[in-house]
Write a protein that binds this ligand. Structure first.
Ligand SMILES: [Zn+2]
Length: 419
């Protein structure tokens, strides 16, 4: 197996140039233990950073950027940042204006806005270096789980942290944890899900014993980068240990398999009216809920953005399905492009996952403009997908039979075409 190590001095060494082997060994602890005795290994590089480093070592200069930065673009990006707390913030546009650096730019800005740099005496250059590491560890070739998704979740988290019910109690530490967890919650995501890693005997699945495999990897990768960058090295040891644990608990909460566990607890708290946000454990619980909401808030965005995210996530599912088909594995649920259409996937996701969580979130926040806005988008977007699904069914029926669309169907289509 091939592993890539990085030392304190920055020297990089390989034990195999095998491209295929590199991604299966990034957390090979046995191997790192062996080499670690010979060298002071700080952290194994992830697949993404291996790729960047090996390109540099081979003298390959990255291709010219698609979007040339000039004063006009930077000016527009700056202008957008002044509206970063608005729910209709267009993260796709912001990513283009920042030349693909939305995550770094957004986080630097939010750390400033929330006074975190001053409060925690952070070094700006170190913060920037850490954020670049995080951004580069996302796989830009993933249609969905990439750095733009992380930036989108972070922007949503910023909006939720401003909700009065929560904001009045949050400490600078809570805010920093919320933003860091949002930014890093999917770092180094391979673009396939946990069942895929388990059935292909991926080393991450055995490392984390088939439990929250991806989330554990996102968390441990984040800790690796925090330590390597030394961003928090000046803080007391107990504090950094607490930060690492809390980041883990927040990132692990994004495991969709634990949705019911969190929803049941939230409902019980709201029924009993026993949330005491003066207490750190209750604040932490609500940060977990806020991050979960931010992670799946796509259906609550404006239709044009929501639709883009839906298409991207389904594209990622279908790619996994194609891979499974290629290797003669059973195609996972939602991953079969022939059977699982985007509208049907989205309607199911909204009905069983998104709506139940956001209804409780709205109960927690009270009828704030943001919660009302999100629920209203959710309803409209669901109606839109229903209409598109209906259209699909109608066209397949009309292909099968007369080829005619009935008057009633036409009316439904038009009604469903909500912008
Ligand atoms: Zn995510």
């Amino acid at each position: 197996m091939s592993c890539l190590m990085v030392e304190r001095c920055g020297e990089i060494s390989f034990d195999s140039p095998d491209q295929n082997a590199k991604c299966v060994c990034m957390l090979d602890t046995t191997h790192s233990g062996e080499i670690g005795t010979k060298k002071k290994v700080k952290r194994l590089l992830s697949f993404q950073r291996y790729f960047h480093a090996s390109r540099l070592l081979r003298g390959i200069v990255p291709q010219a950027s698609l979007y040339l930065l000039d004063e006009d673009y930077l000016g527009q990006a700056r202008h957008m940042l002044s509206k970063v707390g608005m729910w209709d913030f267009d993260i796709f546009l912001f990513d283009r204006l920042t030349n693909g650096n939305s995550l770094v730019t957004l986080l630097c800005h939010l750390f400033n806005v929330h006074g975190l740099i001053h409060h925690f005496q952070l070094d700006m250059v170190t913060l920037h270096r850490f954020l670049v590491m995080v951004q580069e560890d996302y796989h830009s070739q993933n249609p969905y789980h990439n750095a733009v998704h992380a930036a989108d979740v972070t922007q949503a988290m910023h909006c939720y942290l401003k909700e009065p019910k929560l904001a009045n109690f949050l400490t600078p530490l809570d805010i920093m944890l919320g933003l860091l967890a949002a930014a890093a919650h999917d770092v180094d995501h391979p673009g396939v899900n946990q069942p895929f890693l388990i059935k292909t005997n991926h080393h991450l699945a055995s490392l984390y014993q088939n439990v929250s495999v991806l989330e554990n990897h996102h968390w441990r990768s984040t800790i690796g980068m925090l330590r390597e960058s030394r961003l928090l090295a000046h803080l007391p040891k107990e504090m950094t240990q607490d930060i690492e644990q809390q980041l883990g608990s927040l990132i692990l909460a994004t495991d969709i398999n634990r949705q019911n566990e969190f929803l049941t607890r939230l409902k019980a708290h709201l029924e009993n009216k026993d949330l005491r946000l003066e207490d750190a454990p209750d604040r932490h619980f609500m940060l977990q809920i806020a991050l979960k909401c931010a992670d799946i808030c796509n259906p609550c965005r404006l239709w044009q953005m929501s639709k883009q995210w839906s298409e991207r996530v389904c594209e990622e599912f279908y790619r996994q399905g194609d891979l499974e088909q290629k290797f003669e594995l059973e195609i996972s649920p939602l991953c079969n492009q022939q059977k699982d259409s985007i509208p049907s996937i989205q309607i199911g996701f909204m009905t069983y996952i998104v709506e139940p969580l956001f209804e409780e979130w709205a109960r927690f926040t009270g009828d704030t403009p943001l919660s009302e806005n999100m629920l209203s988008h959710l309803r409209r977007n669901k109606a839109k997908w229903r209409s598109l699904l209906h259209k699909q069914h109608s066209s397949s029926r009309s292909n099968d039979h007369s080829g005619q669309v009935t008057e009633n169907e036409e009316q439904t289509l038009n009604e469903g075409d909500i912008p």
